[in-house]
Design a protein around this ligand. Structure first.
Ligand SMILES: Cc1cc2nc3c(=O)[nH]c(=O)nc-3n(C[C@H](O)[C@H](O)[C@H](O)COP(=O)(O)OP(=O)(O)OC[C@H]3O[C@@H](n4cnc5c(N)ncnc54)[C@H](O)[C@@H]3O)c2cc1C
Length: 398
C-alpha cells in the first residue's frame, strides 16, 4: 500500500499550490472557501468566471487526455490537485459535473462528434452540466425510470417526456444528461437510452426545491416534448444502463477524495470553538473530537489504499466502503458541531436570519448519507459485491 507520493507528484503539488495562491486573489479572494455543499447558491457568476480562470491555467479537466485539452494527470495527481484546491480554499466547482462526470463518460462511450461538440465547452469552463437520473419513483431503485424518449421520424430528433427530481444546479446549468426509456415496453435496466439535452428550450421547465437549509440548490425538471438530436444519445438505444453505470463509477471515484481537506478545515473550526467556549473541558466532547480526528486519519489511509489499486476508475472493494464511511463520519461531525456550540446552535444572529457555517454544516450533512447512493444502498453493495453475501431478494422483472 502506498503511504506517500513520489517526488514528481510532490513537485506537481507545489505547482498546483503556487498557481492557486497566485490566482485566488483580487476579485477571486471573496469566493475562497465559498460555494461548497450547503453554500452552492452563493457567488454563482463569480464561480463561473473562476472556471474560466482555471481553464486559462489548464486546471480544468486535468484527468482528460491532452488531445482534449487535459493534462492526462495520473490518479495520484488528481488527488493532489483536489487536496491542494481544498487547502487553498478553492470555491465549490461549478464545472464539477462536466469535468468529472460528463467528460469521462463521453471519453469512454461517446462518438468523435459528441466529443467535439461537448468537450471543448466543458474544458473552457463555458458550459455547465447537471445530472438527470433520479425521478419521483426512481431513486435508489434507478431502474424504475419512467421518463420516455421517442425518435420523431419527421424531425429526426428525440422527444423526451417525463420528470426528473433533485437535479442539482440544473437552474444554473446549460445541459443535463438524462436517462430515459427508449423502448416503452421494456422493464428495469433494459431498453434505456442516455441523452445529452440542452436545458434552454421550450420543452424544459425547471423548478427549484426549497430545502431545510432555506436554500434551493436542486430542482424538479420537467420534460414536455423536449428535444435533442439523433446524435445526442450516448451509446446505442438500449445501452443507457451501461453508460449510466459507467458514469457512476466516475462519480464514486477520485473526485471525492479532496474533500478530506475541507473536512479537516471544519474539524479545526470546531476544535477552535470548543477551546474558546469551554466545551473542550467536557470529557465526552473531547472524546468525540478525538474520534473525529481518528476517523479522518482512517479515511486518508483508506484513500491511499484505494489509490494503490487499478487506474481504470472501477470500484475496488476498498472504494466500496468509502461513501458509507465518509458520509457517516461527516454526519457525526455535524452533530458534534451542534453539541460544541451548545445552546448557541439554536440561535440565529440577526435579520436576514441566515444560518451560520456550522448550523448549515449540521443540516446539510443530513443529505450526505442520501445522495450518490444512500447508506442502506451502500451497505447492500458492500454485502453483495465486496463480501459476496447472498443477494437481496428482488421483485418480478428485476
Ligand atoms: C443533496 C442532494 C443532491 C442530489 N443531486 C442529484 C442530482 O443532481 N441528480 C440526480 O439524479 N439525483 C440527485 N439526488 C438524488 C439522490 O440520488 C437520491 O435521493 C438517492 O438516490 C435516494 O433516492 P430517493 O431520494 O428516491 O430515496 P428512496 O430510494 O425512495 O429511499 C428512501 C429510503 O429507503 C431506503 N431504501 C431504498 N431501497 C432500499 C433497499 N433496497 N434496501 C434498504 N433500504 C432501501 C433508502 O436508503 C432511504 O432511506 C440528490 C440527492 C440529494 C439529497
Amino acid at each position: 500500500m502506498k503511504l506517500t507520493f513520489t517526488r514528481e507528484d510532490e513537485l506537481f503539488r507545489d505547482e498546483v499550490a503556487t498557481w492557486l495562491d497566485a490566482h485566488l486573489r483580487g476579485d477571486f479572494a471573496a469566493i475562497r472557501y465559498r460555494g461548497g455543499p450547503g453554500d452552492e447558491h452563493h457567488f454563482v457568476n463569480e464561480r463561473k468566471a473562476w472556471e474560466r480562470k482555471l481553464a486559462d491555467g489548464r486546471w480544468t479537466c486535468i484527468g482528460w487526455p491532452e488531445a482534449w485539452g487535459g493534462r492526462a494527470a495520473s490518479i495520484e495527481q488528481q488527488v493532489i490537485f483536489h487536496e491542494e484546491y481544498a487547502r487553498a480554499g478553492g470555491p465549490g466547482r461549478m464545472g464539477h459535473i462536466g469535468d468529472t462526470l460528463t467528460g469521462p463518460t463521453l471519453l469512454a462511450f461517446g462518438t468523435k462528434a459528441q466529443k467535439e461538440k461537448y468537450l471543448p465547452g466543458i474544458r473552457a469552463g463555458r458550459e455547465f452540466w447537471s445530472q438527470g437520473y433520479s425521478e419521483p419513483g426512481a431513486g435508489s431503485d434507478l431502474a424504475a425510470i419512467r421518463t420516455r424518449a421517442e425518435l420523431d421520424e419527421a424531425t429526426g430528433q428525440w422527444r423526451i417526456n417525463g420528470q426528473k427530481v433533485w437535479t442539482s444546479l440544473a437552474h444554473e446549468s446549460d445541459f443535463v444528461f438524462v436517462l430515459a426509456r427508449v423502448d416503452k415496453d421494456s422493464q428495469r435496466h433494459h431498453g434505456l437510452g442516455f441523452f445529452l439535452v440542452a436545458l434552454d428550450q421550450p420543452g424544459v421547465t425547471i423548478r427549484p426545491i426549497n430545502q431545510l437549509t432555506g436554500t434551493a440548490e436542486f430542482n424538479e425538471v420537467y420534460f414536455d416534448d423536449a428535444v435533442c438530436g439523433t446524435d445526442d444519445m450516448v451509446g446505442a438505444p438500449g445501452e443507457g444502463w451501461k453508460v449510466a453505470m459507467g458514469l457512476l463509477g466516475f462519480e464514486r471515484g477520485v473526485s471525492t477524495l479532496g474533500q478530506q481537506m475541507l473536512f479537516q478545515t471544519e474539524l479545526d473550526e470546531i476544535i477552535r470553538i470548543a477551546r474558546d467556549n469551554g466545551a473542550a473541558k467536557n470529557p465526552e466532547i473531547r472524546q468525540r473530537i478525538a474520534e473525529a480526528h481518528i476517523g479522518l486519519r482512517t479515511m486518508r489511509y483508506n484513500s491511499m489504499r484505494m489509490l494503490s489499486g487499478g487506474e481504470d476508475g472501477s470500484l475496488s472493494r476498498e472504494a466500496m466502503i468509502y461513501k458509507l464511511y465518509w458520509s457517516s463520519w461527516h454526519r457525526n461531525l455535524g452533530k458534534l458541531a451542534m453539541d460544541v456550540l451548545g445552546p448557541e446552535a439554536e440561535l440565529l444572529e440577526a435579520a436576514p436570519y441566515e444560518l451560520n457555517r456550522l448550523q448549515s454544516l449540521f443540516l446539510f450533512t443530513r443529505a450526505d448519507t442520501i445522495y450518490g447512493g444512500t447508506n442502506q444502498i451502500q451497505r447492500n453493495i458492500i454485502a453483495e459485491r465486496a463480501l459476496g453475501m447472498p443477494k437481496e431478494p428482488r421483485g418480478q422483472g428485476r
